[in-house]
Design a protein around this ligand. Structure first.
Ligand SMILES: [Zn+2]
Ligand SMILES: [Zn+2]
Length: 266
């Protein structure tokens, strides 16, 4: 088994990651990866939306940083991408971002279940105490389904992120997964195996084996991401992730060039 491309990593421009793209690329080569993609947190129309993404005026600097790494590491394929927050009503903004640069792919991620609460924000962990956890999961997957239907993204990021701090999905979550994965299949977008979950309280890859097995049954393609916020996190636990994918039946993963998918052997 060779290691798949790592399509999810950040830069200091998002204000909560360390290390320059060249350091991420260097680590990728050291562990035997042949392809990576930078997918930093995309700006929102309002810079004060939150404090964990790049400001809009940093977008060109971000692209320049990734281009620099591409030039410095010609032996590694380095893709240019963004992790874009999906919130209903932001579709036009996302289309405008898409038109700004020749991106290789967009990861569509749901972090926010309302305009002010991201379920994975450690600074807002106490918000979980005021919420009905089942309702959070329901809203989360409704938004994820809309993201998959939107045709704005090549990859849907960390599909069961609400488990991050150890909150378990509702007992009857299966229909939520079905609806989301049917939408992904219909629009042709891939889902991400994101190994960052192994470094969080949930101690599990996003998404769960249950979701991944259902995705395979439905023919939804996959891509891989470490969600690295530091160079040494690049490719972390990729052997485990590849084994999980194999275990449910996957033999191919997706690579992306200029927003076009190609299936490669896993
Ligand atoms: Zn982040
Ligand atoms: Zn994310």
């Amino acid at each position: 088994m060779s290691l798949p491309a790592d399509y999810h990593m950040h830069t200091p421009l998002c204000r909560h990651a360390t290390g320059e793209p060249g350091e991420y690329a260097k680590h990728a080569l050291e562990i035997g990866l042949t392809e990576i993609g930078f997918s930093d947190h995309a700006p929102m129309p309002q810079d004060n939306f939150d404090n964990w993404r790049m400001n809009a005026d940093k977008l060109d600097a971000y692209v320049a940083k990734v281009r620099q790494a591409q030039g410095d590491f010609p032996q590694l394929t380095i893709r240019l991408a963004l992790e874009v927050d999906y919130l209903p009503g932001y579709e036009e903004w996302i289309r405008r971002l898409a038109a700004r640069h020749p991106w290789d792919y967009f990861i569509g991620s749901v972090h926010y279940v309302s305009d002010s609460w991201a379920v994975d924000d450690p600074q807002k962990l106490s918000e979980w105490n005021h919420r009905d956890a089942d309702a959070v999961w329901a809203v989360y997957f409704e938004r994820l389904t809309r993201a998959a239907e939107s045709d704005l993204f090549e990859i849907i990021g960390h599909a069961d992120l609400p488990k991050k701090f150890g909150h378990r999905p509702p007992r009857d979550a299966h229909p939520l997964y079905e609806k989301f994965l049917d939408a992904a299949k219909k629009s042709g977008c891939a889902i991400e195996l994101n190994t960052a979950g192994l470094r969080k309280d949930c101690r599990e890859i996003y998404p769960s084996r249950e979701i991944l097995a259902l995705a395979f049954q439905k023919g939804v393609p996959i891509a891989f991401g470490s969600d690295a916020h530091a160079p040494e996190e690049v490719g972390m636990n990729f052997t485990e992730a590849t084994q999980l994918a194999h275990g449910v039946g996957y033999r191919k993963s997706c690579h992306f060039t200029r927003r076009k998918a190609a299936l490669v052997d896993l």
